[in-house]
Design a protein around this ligand. Structure first.
Ligand SMILES: [Zn+2]
Length: 418
C-alpha cells in the first residue's frame, strides 16, 4: 500500500515538508496550550457558568504521569483520577508517549466529561462520563498516509543533525541501518556530510502521529553519495537497493556497535580522531558506554567465548571464506552466545566493557583473514545479489520517482544552506 502512496504522488511539495516530523525530542517541541470555552452563558446572577464545558489539549512531556497531565489539563476530579488509575480498560494511558496530545473536556469546576488520547498503537482511546460512571472505548483511529521528506547536514553528530531537521530517532536509526554495510556511523561521519530521506508518515487530524519505513534515502559521506530505495518484489521480503538495482546488504557490516543516540553521542573522537596507527594496534577501538550492544558483523558460528588475556571477555565468530571477527573487553556476553552457536549478521554477541587490558570502556574489534589481522575498513566485499531481470521494470517504475524526490531534496538543501 505504501508504494502506491509514494509512487502515486510524484511531486509532494519539497519545501512544505521540511521540519514536519512527529515524535521528536520533547525539548524541541513547541508546547501548545489551547483552552477554549465552548459555551458562554455568562448572565449576571446566573450560575449557568457551572454547566459550561471546557476543552483543553496538552502535549505529553518526557516523564509525565497521568496525574501531572490531568493537572495541566485542569481536571480537578478525584473520582476520574481514581478511575483512570484503577480501570483495566485505560491501561493504554500508561504508555504516555512524549509529544502526543491528550484532549480533555471538563466542566467549569474541573469535573472530567471526556478524555481522548491516540495510543502509540494508533487507537483512539475515549473515556466518557455517563450517568453511572465512566465508559471507555478504544477504536482504531482514522490515519491518513502521508509521505514525509527531510534533509539535513551533519555538523556535530547524526542525531544533532536529525534533531535539527525534526527527524524522529526511529528514522535516524533506520538510515544508519540501511547504510550499515557502507558507512560506519561511529567512525566515518564528517562535518559537512548530508542526508535526505523520504519516509512513511501517518497523520491523525492533520498531525503526523506515527512513522513507518524509510522509502528512500541518500547519504553523502566524505564526498561519496550513497542512495537506497526500499523495494518489495511481491514476495513480502523487501530490501533496500541502490537506484541501479544492487542490494545494499554485504557480507559484513561496517560497525560492530549498535548505533543509537547513546553510542553516537559518547565519542566525539570520530571528528577529532585520536592518532592510532593501524600497524601498531591491529584492531579498531570503539569508545562507547559500558553496556552498549555489540553485534556480529557477519553471519557465522561462535568459535570462542570466554576470557583471554589482554582481550578480557572475548567472542570470536568464524565466517564463511576463512574470515573471523573478534569482539573484546566485553562486560557481558549476550544470551545464547556459546561455542558453536550460529549467528546471523547483526545478532548481539555481548556488551561493551573494559575487561582485560583496557583503560576505559570500549570495544576492540579485529578482522582476521586466514588467521591474520586485516583492516576491516580496507577489505573489499563482494557485491550482493541484484534485482532480477524479471523485476527490473517494476523496480525502475518504483525507484525512479523516489530518486527524483531525493534529487529535489538535495537541491533544496543546498539552496537553503547557501
Ligand atoms: Zn584495541
Amino acid at each position: 500500500m505504501w508504494f502506491a502512496v509514494a509512487a502515486g504522488i510524484p511531486c509532494f511539495g519539497v519545501v512544505a515538508a521540511f521540519g514536519v516530523a512527529p515524535d521528536t525530542l520533547v525539548d524541541k517541541l513547541h508546547v501548545e496550550r489551547i483552552v477554549q470555552e465552548v459555551t458562554l452563558p455568562r448572565l449576571p446572577g446566573h450560575d449557568a457558568l457551572l454547566d459550561a464545558s471546557y476543552v483543553s489539549e496538552e502535549r505529553i512531556q518526557r516523564g509525565d504521569t497521568v496525574a501531572a497531565l490531568l493537572a495541566r489539563l485542569e481536571v480537578d476530579d478525584p473520582q476520574a483520577i481514581d478511575f483512570l488509575r484503577r480501570s483495566r480498560d485505560t491501561r493504554a494511558l500508561a504508555q504516555l508517549r512524549p509529544g502526543r496530545s491528550v484532549r480533555a473536556e471538563t466542566s467549569a469546576s474541573g469535573e472530567l466529561q471526556r478524555l481522548t488520547y491516540l495510543t502509540p498503537s494508533g487507537d483512539l482511546l475515549t473515556i466518557e462520563r455517563g450517568n453511572d460512571g465512566f465508559r471507555v472505548s478504544q477504536t482504531p483511529a482514522d490515519l491518513d498516509p502521508q509521505p514525509l521528506m527531510v534533509s539535513g547536514e551533519i555538523r556535530s553528530s547524526l542525531f544533532a543533525a536529525t534533531d535539527a531537521a525534526g527527524l524522529p530517532d526511529a528514522i535516524a536509526t533506520q538510515i544508519a541501518e540501511i547504510f550499515s554495510s557502507h558507512i560506519d556511523f561511529h567512525r566515518d561521519l564528517r562535518r559537512g556530510d548530508r542526508f535526505a530521506v523520504v519516509y512513511e508518515g501517518l497523520a491523525f487530524e492533520g498531525e503526523v502521529v506515527k512513522t513507518g519505513r524509510v522509502l528512500a534515502a541518500e547519504f553523502v559521506n566524505q564526498g561519496k553519495t550513497h542512495r537506497a530505495v526500499w523495494f518489495d518484489g511481491g514476495d513480502g521480503a523487501g530490501a533496500y537497493y541502490t537506484p541501479d538495482g544492487k542490494s545494499l546488504r554485504k557480507a559484513f557490516l561496517r560497525s560492530p556497535l549498535e548505533f543509537s543516540r547513546i553510542s553516537s553521542g559518547f565519542s566525539h573522537a570520530r571528528f577529532h580522531p585520536i592518532l592510532q596507527t593501524w600497524t601498531a594496534h591491529r584492531g579498531i577501538d570503539y569508545a562507547a558506554p559500558t553496556g552498549t550492544r555489540v553485534r556480529t558483523t557477519g553471519d557465522g558460528v561462535v568459535s570462542f567465548v570466554g576470557r583471554k588475556g589482554g582481550y578480557g571477555n572475548l567472542v570470536i565468530v568464524d565466517h564463511a571464506g576463512h574470515y573471523s571477527t573478534y569482539y573484546a573487553h566485553l562486560s557481558a556476553f549476550a544470551a545464547g552466545i556459546r561455542h558453536g552457536a550460529r549467528l546471523a549478521q547483526g545478532d548481539f554477541v555481548g556488551h561493551v566493557g573494559q575487561t582485560g587490558l583496557a583503560t576505559g570502556p570500549h570495544l576492540h574489534y579485529e578482522f582476521h583473514i586466514r588467521g591474520v589481522q586485516h583492516d576491516p575498513m580496507r577489505v573489499v566485499q563482494p557485491e550482493a545479489v541484484p534485482i532480477t531481470r524479471q523485476l527490473r521494470a517494476a523496480f525502475e517504475n518504483h525507484a525512479d520517482p523516489l530518486v527524483h524526490q531525493l534529487s529535489l531534496l538535495r537541491t533544496a538543501t543546498l539552496a537553503r544552506l547557501d
